[in-house]
Design a protein around this ligand. Structure first.
Ligand SMILES: [Zn+2]
Ligand SMILES: [Zn+2]
Length: 252
């Protein structure tokens, strides 16, 4: 069996604090086989991760967390960015056309940006978007207080059950993960299609600790620091970002 964390944010997300190489280092250190860097409406970090991942002995799926009119959507196996702000159905069509699949992240809660049951059922029954939505997060470490609702309602849905960290700080990567038969990206994709994934919950209450850590690290980010590692073997540390990297991740 392999382990995947399919919802991780890198510093390319304006609200995250980890460089891509630190994401890969941590993912490898906590025993993940497959990851997806899913930055908000931004694909560059994920493409970088896809290229660098073999150095760290893991695989990374090109992915993004795209904002649709009805809420956030994790798109996997995409090479181009679906435009933000489209309807859920149009976004799914965009993802499907490029051979991608989607996961509903942190669903069915009162937070803004979460898909409703109505939206998910609409996506499953719309003939144009059919077969693109494959999974649903029943465990999202960052919004874990809402997990029980997602778990109860997802029982009725023909979707692969997914556990994710939604990590915005490096040390929560893998806290919330998905077990699947096999070890590779292709095995993971098969497991999504066949709904054989098993969500693995985190062992303890992480959210409050993660929020405090996030506030601390976001302050550091404002002053030009990120969680980083300069080589595959070096541990992750708070390090100054280069000027060119700061320019690169600045909101366009
Ligand atoms: Zn989200
Ligand atoms: Zn997210």
């Amino acid at each position: 069996m392999g382990h995947a964390d399919l919802h991780i944010h890198s510093a390319y997300s304006p609200d995250a604090t980890t460089t891509v190489r630190a994401v890969l280092k941590q993912a490898s250190d906590v025993g993940l086989n497959v990851i997806a860097v899913t930055d908000h409406n931004e694909i560059r970090g994920s493409l970088e991760a896809h290229e660098l991942a073999p150095k760290y002995g893991i695989e990374a799926i090109p992915a993004v967390e795209v904002s649709t009119k009805e809420g956030h959507l994790v798109a996997l196996f995409v090479e181009t960015l679906p435009p933000a702000g489209l309807t859920l159905i149009d976004t799914l069509i965009h993802i499907g056309r490029q051979g991608g699949v989607a996961i509903a992240p942190h669903p069915f809660n009162k937070l803004p940006n979460s898909l409703s049951m109505e939206a998910v059922v609409g996506a499953l029954t719309n003939p144009c978007a059919k077969g693109v939505l494959k999974g649903i997060e029943t465990h999202n470490m960052s919004t874990q207080s809402f997990d029980s609702v997602a778990q109860k309602l997802s029982v009725y849905l023909p979707l692969a059950k997914i556990g994710s960290s939604d990590a915005h700080v490096y040390w929560t990567i893998g806290a919330g993960r998905t077990e699947f038969p096999g070890k590779t990206i292709q095995d993971l994709r098969n497991a999504l299609e066949q709904m054989t994934t098993i969500p693995i919950p985190y062992q303890e209450e992480f959210s409050p600790k993660a929020i405090l850590s996030w506030i601390h690290r976001m302050t550091l980010r404002k002053f030009g620091y990120a969680s980083d590692n300069t080589s595959v073997t070096q541990p992750i540390n708070t390090q100054r970002m280069s000027e060119s990297f700061i320019q690169k991740i600045k909101k366009k």
